[in-house]
Design a protein around this ligand. Structure first.
Ligand code: DP6
Length: 380
């Protein structure tokens, strides 16, 4: 191949949830959202792209399996949009006209799809940053996020590390609907996450289909969009700037609850959390109650996306305690046990409040933290 580039991109988990589109083709949201980018040393998508005059069509392999790039699909849109940016550079700076050639892309996740983690955000962010490196584009991460957004809405937030907002925007063409950095990882590197992978055998409603149904049928969504989210965006942004974990945690849990409430307010209703998810909520509520009894701040915040897995955000110093608690009440299969070993329950913790679950109800724990944005691994 004449040109080649490899990049990696991170996963992000929202603390203010994106749920609802005002334009399904351009992927424009009904509300702004905000996420924490997770460390690529633990979770990432790695994408290599090549372009060569001998290629006869655009092709894409995901974890070694070829995906069809259907005309008019989100994937096809991303390829077209990246070519459009390259053509600008060719026209204005006389760069070689490689935008005429087809592209081959191969993408890998370093986490199993079976982990139950949304991989599309990291995947589309890695696709866009890989082709941007291939084409040596001068565009900023915010500009590239406009294109990742058209692959999957939440993907636009994976163009930055740290704490990232996706501004909903108001323009019909979507040009003001992009991601911005609220704070880099270095601003608050203590933010850590415990991902509890919860067993789930049945296939649920996809985010894309679910949110569209919510837009069409939920009255509660209108309240969320107009009154609830704008306030929370302002307040959580301030909490992040002030490194105020207590406020960050309260808003994070409230917004997860609000998102699952609008899912329930959908016709027919959508249930993403299951009994184990709800038991983890109770565990975190009790942990926070015990640790704030002496007047201290909250120590943990749960959040759930369109599935039963819990993501627990906490400061690094409290992670061992949280891992021990989860492992105590949700013992895992031998192969997935925490390396931290058993410790006593925290002082004041009411052990009677939580029902201990069967072995394997939480299949796996992934310990990670706030991370950086896409990395260029090299135009080789
Ligand atoms: C619950 O970004 O997967 O994770 O734009 O249709 O591809 P599409 O949806 P997607 O939705 C993510 C929903 C969420 C909340 C969030 O990440 O903000």
């Amino acid at each position: 191949a004449l040109y080649q580039a490899t990049t990696s991109a991170p996963v992000n988990i929202a603390v203010i949830k994106y749920w609802g589109k005002r334009d399904t083709k351009l992927i424009l949201p009904t509300n702004s959202s905000l996420s924490v980018t997770l460390d690529q040393d633990d979770l990432k998508a790695t994408t290599s792209s090549q372009t060569d005059p001998s290629f006869t069509k655009d092709r894409l392999w995901l974890n070694g399996v070829e995906e069809e790039i259907k005309p008019g699909s989100r994937l096809a849109t991303c390829f077209e949009e990246m070519r459009r940016l390259r053509r600008k550079v060719e026209q204005s700076q006389g760069e070689p006209a490689i935008s005429q050639w087809f592209i081959h892309v191969a993408s890998f996740n370093n986490f199993p799809t079976a982990a139950g983690l949304a991989s599309s955000a990291a995947g589309f962010a890695a696709l866009v940053s890989s082709i941007a490196a291939l084409y040596k584009l001068p565009n900023s991460p915010s500009e590239l996020s406009l294109i990742a957004r058209q692959g999957s809405g939440s993907a636009c937030r994976s163009l930055f590390g740290g704490f990232v907002a996706w501004q909903a925007g108001t323009a019909a063409d979507g040009l003001d609907s992009y991601a911005i950095e609220v704070a880099p990882r270095e601003h608050w590197p203590e933010i850590s996450a415990v991902i509890c992978v919860v067993s789930d055998h049945k296939k649920g409603t996809s985010s894309t289909a679910g949110m569209q149904r919510t837009v069409e049928t939920s009255t509660l969504l209108q309240h969320r969009i107009k009154e609830v989210v704008p306030q929370r965006m302002t307040n959580i942004t301030k909490a992040i700037k002030d490194r105020d974990f207590d406020t960050f945690a309260r808003i994070t849990m409230a917004d997860s609850n609000s998102f699952h409430a609008v899912a329930l307010d959908t016709e027919p209703p959508i249930f993403y959390m299951n009994d184990v998810s709800r038991a983890i909520v109770n565990l975190i509520v009790e942990y926070n109650r015990a640790s704030t009894a002496a007047g201290g701040p909250l120590r943990a915040a749960y959040t759930y996306d369109a599935g039963p897995n819990a993501v627990i955000y906490a400061l690094k110093e409290h992670i061992p305690e949280i891992v021990n608690l989860v492992s105590h009440y949700f013992p895992q299969a031998e192969s997935a046990r925490s390396p931290l070993g058993a410790e006593p329950l925290p002082a004041g913790f009411n052990a009677n409040i939580i029902v201990k679950h069967e072995v394997g109800a939480v299949k796996n724990l992934i310990l990670t933290r706030v991370g950086d944005g896409p990395r260029v691994l090299g135009p080789e």
